[in-house]
Design a binder for this molecule. Structure first.
Ligand SMILES: Cc1cc2nc3c(=O)[nH]c(=O)nc-3n(C[C@H](O)[C@H](O)[C@H](O)COP(=O)(O)OP(=O)(O)OC[C@H]3O[C@@H](n4cnc5c(N)ncnc54)[C@H](O)[C@@H]3O)c2cc1C
Length: 470
């Protein structure tokens, strides 16, 4: 039993912290295989080189160990010497690429410390295209290079799915390499910035944190031509305030969507959401929100999100101060134009390569001529997870976004039972477990999973549990 092998599908932060906690819980590195592109720990979130792509929370919230919440901050002070702009009044907001360096240094330390025999983990920089049961009773994964890997246990850590276009894309645009390259479907790695010239007219679709990253990077490059931000409501995320939270509010029992909604309304102070007291109250509401969520059935979860979803998505994800400052500068100079409109189609243009169809708030239709379209909607569907639903391995969650999991991260099978050797860690668990997207929440999930593995495989108990922090 002791040397059962573990396959982690995905290579981002979730995979890296899972390795760290598994090894620290006594699992031998040589029994762990990772499949996923890029450096382990970088992933979609931190695998970007651009120096303007920053963490959206202060350093103290980016922890791997709950008992060492200042570890990244201390590492940053010792190892980041070229980023004075990181230091802001509301905290230190470092570059995402520097956080990836920190994760790598933690991995290196933990793997170097792992007790003998230490042969290291195996990392295949491929994509898993399908997963099925193996004759041995475990799992068999097929990789995109044709390789097959069998494992006793599989941990799904596929993370944030590639964003999809939120509109119709004319076939002719995609068919021509000259215009297809002007559509940036997934802007997270920032490589597209190398191709855009300062005279290009750019449409940014969406107005969340990814849009702010794009705007900040373009501002730094002294972008001269018009940037159109296409968003029906036209609101940029609020900036992170200098908040300090107290304890959680008392929630009415039993949890019901209407009661949760009323609690939000009565608890948030009558102040602007930019005020640190307003954000502190919002952060306090988050402390036990997952317990409220866990008590709701699927219908109630959908009902709650219909009523609360706009408030949640608007104020849950706040921006680093540097990004808001850059957007304000570009808006004041007239380069950034916020269009209260929905993108409905991308077509070939006449005078410019691309012509966009937009629909305004009152239903009015207009066209916009641009050179580039950057998809900053962040919304996508993971085809690999969907294939597990089709194969009868898992069940779609209440919102059809990920797979249903137990509070112990086990995938729930179609018959309602929990799979002890197929688990999931990462943002895809949000529909099942609530507010679990942030790095600190991913760390907690990894600790939970590692504790359970240690109990099963090396006879040790669980080590940690905790609440929401970032
Ligand atoms: C752009 C961005 C910025 C963020 N910034 C912050 C932040 O500042 N602070 C914070 O707390 N949280 C942030 N988050 C939230 C983020 O979800 C978590 O912090 C955490 O990084 C999630 O890690 P992950 O490994 O689950 O996901 P990801 O970073 O999405 O990594 C998943 C990895 O798995 C790979 N993969 C996917 N499918 C397969 C497959 N079938 N086979 C093999 N590999 C596969 C992907 O290619 C990717 O490399 C951010 C998220 C994004 C998208």
């Amino acid at each position: 039993m002791a040397d059962q092998n573990i396959l982690i599908i995905g290579s981002g932060f979730a995979a890296a912290v899972t390795v760290i906690h598994l090894v620290q819980a006594g699992i031998k590195p040589a029994t762990i295989t990772i499949v996923g592109p890029g450096a382990l720990g970088a992933g979609n979130a931190y695998g970007c080189d651009d120096k303007d792509f920053r963490l959206n929370v202060r350093a103290a919230l980016m922890w791997i160990w709950p008992e060492k919440r200042d570890d990244f901050g201390l590492w940053a002070k010792a190892n980041i010497t070229d980023d004075p702009e990181a230091v802001q009044n509301s905290g230190n907001f470092y570059r995402r690429r520097d956080f990836a360096r920190y994760v790598k240094s933690c991995l290196d330390t933990v793997l170097a410390d792992a007790s003998a025999p230490h042969n290291g983990i195996t990392h295949h920089q491929q994509i898993v295209t399908s997963l099925g049961t193996a004759d041995s009773g475990g799992w068999q994964a097929s990789l995109d290079d044709g390789r097959l890997i069998t494992a006793d246990h599989v941990i799904l850590a596929t993370g944030n799915p590639t964003p999809q276009w939120p509109c119709r894309v004319n076939h002719a645009v995609m068919a021509s390499p000259a215009t297809a390259k002007l559509l940036v479907q997934n802007p997270w790695d920032g490589r597209w910035l190398d191709h855009v010239t300062s005279g290009s007219r750019i449409a940014i679709v969406g107005s969340g944190l990814t849009a702010l990253d794009a705007i900040t990077a373009l501002a730094r490059r002294n972008h001269q031509a018009q940037i159109y931000l296409l968003a029906p409501h036209g609101n940029l995320p609020p900036v992170q305030a200098d908040w300090v939270k107290q304890g959680p509010p008392i929630w009415p029992k039993p949890p019901r969507p209407s009661k949760i909604l009323r609690r939000f309304r009565s608890y948030l102070p009558d102040l602007p959401p930019e005020d640190s007291r307003w954000q502190a109250a919002f952060e306090e509401l988050r402390i036990d929100i997952n317990q409220q969520w866990a008590a709701l059935n699927d219908d109630d979860r959908r009902r709650l999100m219909r009523r609360l979803g706009w408030l949640w998505s608007r104020y849950r994800y706040r921006a680093a101060p540097q990004t808001i400052a850059a957007a304000t500068r570009l808006q004041q100079s007239g380069i950034l134009d916020i269009c209260h409109a929905r993108l409905t189609a991308i077509n070939p243009g006449d005078d410019t390569p691309l012509r966009l169809d937009l629909t305004g708030a009152a239903g009015e239709v207009r066209c916009l001529d641009v050179d580039y379209v950057i998809n900053c909607t962040g919304a996508g569907q993971d085809p690999f997870l969907a294939s597990l639903v089709t194969a009868g391995i898992g069940v779609a969650d209440a919102f059809g976004k990920g797979l249903r999991v137990t509070a112990d991260n086990q995938i729930i099978r179609p018959d309602g039972s929990a799979s002890k050797n197929l688990l999931m860690i990462g943002p895809q668990m949000a529909s099942s477990l609530g507010d679990v997207v942030a790095a600190s929440e991913v760390s907690l999930a990894a600790i939970r999973v590692a504790g359970n593995f240690a109990e099963q495989l090396v006879g040790r108990g669980k080590r940690h549990d905790g609440g929401i922090d970032a």
